[in-house]
Design a protein around this ligand. Structure first.
Ligand code: GLY
Ligand code: MN
Ligand code: MN
Length: 471
C-alpha cells in the first residue's frame, strides 16, 4: 500500500502537471481511504472481542498479566510491504486491524489514573502525514469509540508508562519474530517489544511464553455464532467462485486463469483476500500438495485440482475440488475420484462431538487403503502413505490452519475433511494411474447431532460435477 501513492503521483508527473497533480492525487488517496473498515456493518462487534477477553481472563492464572503484540509489517521488496494481516490472537482479543500495538490483559483490576481497569491497549498514533499515504488510522479516540476499550494510549506513551510488574506472579508474553525497526517511527513493534523486554527484565523468572497460547487454542477452537456467520459467508463466497470457474473451465485455459476466475468472484462478493495461496494444479501439478505457481497451460484429459478459500472479515474458507479439465472424468479418474469421495464421506461421518480429533484421519485412511489394495495400486497396507501423505483435518477459522487443542471434537469447532490420493508419474503402479492427483476438501461444523458441511452446497458427486460443467 505504500506504493499506491507513488503510482498515482508518478502517473500525473509524466503528464507535466506537477502541483495540481500532487493535490489531485492527495484527494484521490483520501477518497480511496474514506470507506474505512468500520463502515462494514457485519464486522464482529466490540462486545464480541470484549467477551473473548473476559473469557481469556477467566482462564488466566492467579495474579497474572498477559501481553499480546500486533503482527509486524513485512517487507515484500524495497519499499513495498506485503498486505498487512493482523495476528489472529490479537484480532480475536481486540478487533484492532492495524500494526504497532500491544494489548495487556490483567487477571485482576489495577488502578490506572484513579480508575480500576483490567485491560489496556497501546495503539498506532494518528499521523496526518503518514495517513495521506496509508489511510486513516483509528487513533486513541477511534479505538475507544469503535472497539470499546476504556484504557487506550498511543504506543509512543509506553516507554515512560509506569506499570509495576513486581506485583504479578506470572507474565504471559511471547515476543514477535524479527520485526524490522523503522527509523522514523519510535513506537513501531520492534521498539514496543524492546520496551516490554526492558520493563520486565528484572522479572524473567515470572515469564511464560506458552500458557496464553494454550488458552487461546482452547477458546478459538469453539466458534461463537457470530464467527460462524462470517465463516459461512467466506465459504459461500468461495462456492460462487468455484461454481463460476467450473462452468467456464475448458482446455484452452491456463492455471492462472482458473485462479483468476475464482478470485474474481471471491473479491467481487466482498472477500478481502484469499485466506492462503491459491492452488490451481493441472495434470502432474495436481500431485504437488501446496502447488501455487499456477502458470501451466491446461490440457484435454487432465484433472485440475483447485484449493482456494476466500477470507471474509478475517475468517477464511478452505475448499478443494478436483475436476476434469474437459468436463468428463476418464474411467481411471472416476475410479480414484470415487475412492477419495468415499473416504471423505467416511471422514465426515466421523465428525461427531466427543470423537478423537484423529478419528477423521482414521476413517479416511481405512477407505483409501482398502481401495488402493483392491485396485492393485499398493501391495501392503502401510503403503497407502505413498499416495496419501498428509493429514485429513485441521481446524479452520481466523487462520486456515486454525488454533485448537486436537483433543476430542467439540461442538462449535469447524474442521476440514480433506483426503487425497496423488499418483505422480513414475510411481510403482500401472502407468494408467499416473498423474492422477485428487483432493476433495470441505469445511465441517461439529454440532450436538450430525456434522454440518458448511461448504456442502458445492457439488462433489461425479454426476453433479459433470452436469455443472456441461453448462
Ligand atoms: N489449503 C491448505 C490446506 O488445505 O490445508
Ligand atoms: Mn485444508
Ligand atoms: Mn485446502
Amino acid at each position: 500500500m505504500k506504493r499506491a501513492g507513488n503510482l498515482i503521483i508518478g502517473y500525473f508527473y509524466t503528464m507535466n502537471l506537477r502541483l495540481p497533480a500532487f493535490i489531485l492525487s492527495l484527494l484521490i488517496i483520501q477518497a480511496l481511504s474514506a470507506k474505512a473498515q468500520w463502515d462494514d456493518t457485519d464486522r464482529l462487534k466490540p462486545s464480541f472481542h470484549k467477551g473473548r477477553r473476559d473469557a481469556f481472563r477467566a482462564l488466566m492464572p492467579e495474579k497474572s498479566v498477559a501481553i499480546f503484540f500486533a503482527n509486524p509489517t513485512r517487507t515484500r521488496s524495497n519499499d513495498v510491504d506485503y498486505q498487512y494481516s493482523q495476528d489472529p490472537n490479537f484480532y480475536y482479543l481486540s478487533g484492532y486491524l492495524e500494526p504497532n500495538a500491544i494489548l495487556f490483559i490483567f487477571k485482576d483490576s489495577i488502578n490506572l489514573d484513579g480508575n480500576q481497569v483490567n485491560e489496556m491497549i497501546f495503539i498506532q498514533q494518528r499521523n496526518p502525514k503518514r495517513e495521506v499515504w496509508t489511510g486513516q488510522r483509528l487513533g486513541v479516540d477511534g479505538v475507544k469509540k469503535n472497539l470499546g476499550f476504556q484504557a487506550v494510549y498511543n504506543g509512543a506513551d509506553f516507554k515512560e508508562f509506569g506499570l509495576d510488574f513486581a506485583k504479578f506472579n506470572q507474565i504471559l508474553v511471547k515476543y514477535p519474530d524479527a520485526p524490522s525497526n523503522e527509523k522514523d517511527d519510535p513506537a513501531d513493534i520492534a521498539d514496543l517489544s524492546d520496551q516490554v523486554k526492558e520493563k520486565i527484565h528484572a522479572f524473567e523468572d515470572k515469564v511464560d511464553n506458552g500458557i496464553a497460547f494454550r488458552l487461546l487454542n482452547q477458546l478459538r477452537e469453539v466458534k461463537l455464532p457470530e464467527e460462524l456467520v462470517l465463516m459461512q459467508k467466506a465459504i459461500d463466497i468461495s462456492n460462487v467462485g468455484f461454481i463460476e470457474m467450473m462452468k467456464a473451465l475448458n482446455p484452452t485455459m491456463t492455471e492462472y486463469q482458473v485462479q483468476a476466475i475464482v478470485e474474481y468472484h471471491m473479491k467481487k462478493n466482498g472477500s478481502e483476500y484469499p485466506g492462503y495461496g491459491s492452488i490451481a494444479g493441472s495434470g502432474a501439478n495436481g500431485c504437488v500438495l501446496h502447488y501455487t505457481f499456477n502458470r501451466k497451460q491446461l490440457a484435454d484429459g487432465e484433472l485440475l485440482l483447485t484449493d482456494m478459500g476466500a477470507e471474509y472479515h478475517n475468517y477464511t474458507a478452505d475448499i478443494t475440488r478436483t475436476i476434469p479439465v474437459n468436463g468428463k472424468f476418464s474411467a481411471e479418474q472416476k475410479i480414484i475420484y470415487q475412492l477419495v469421495l468415499d473416504a471423505q464421506n467416511a471422514g465426515i461421518a466421523a465428525c461427531i462431538a466427543g470423537n478423537d480429533f484423529r478419528s477423521t484421519h482414521k476413517a479416511t485412511t481405512e477407505v483409501v487403503t482398502k481401495g488402493l489394495l483392491n485396485l492393485g495400486i499398493i501391495k501392503s497396507e502401510s503403503d497407502y502413505r505413498l499416495y496419501f501423505m498428509h493429514g485429513t483435518s485441521h481446524y479452520l477459522g481466523l487462520d486456515v490452519h486454525d488454533a485448537g487443542t486436537f483433543g476430542p471434537l467439540k461442538v462449535g469447532a469447524v474442521i476440514t475433511v480433506e483426503p487425497g490420493i496423488y499418483i505422480p508419474k513414475g510411481s510403482n503402479c500401472d502407468p494408467r494411474w499416473w498423474n492422477i492427483g485428487i483432493r476433495i476438501e470441505d469445511d465441517v461444523l461439529i454440532t450436538d447431532t450430525q456434522p454440518r458441511i458448511l461448504s456442502g452446497a458445492l457439488p462433489r458427486e461425479i454426476a453433479d460435477i459433470e452436469q455443472l460443467m456441461s453448462k
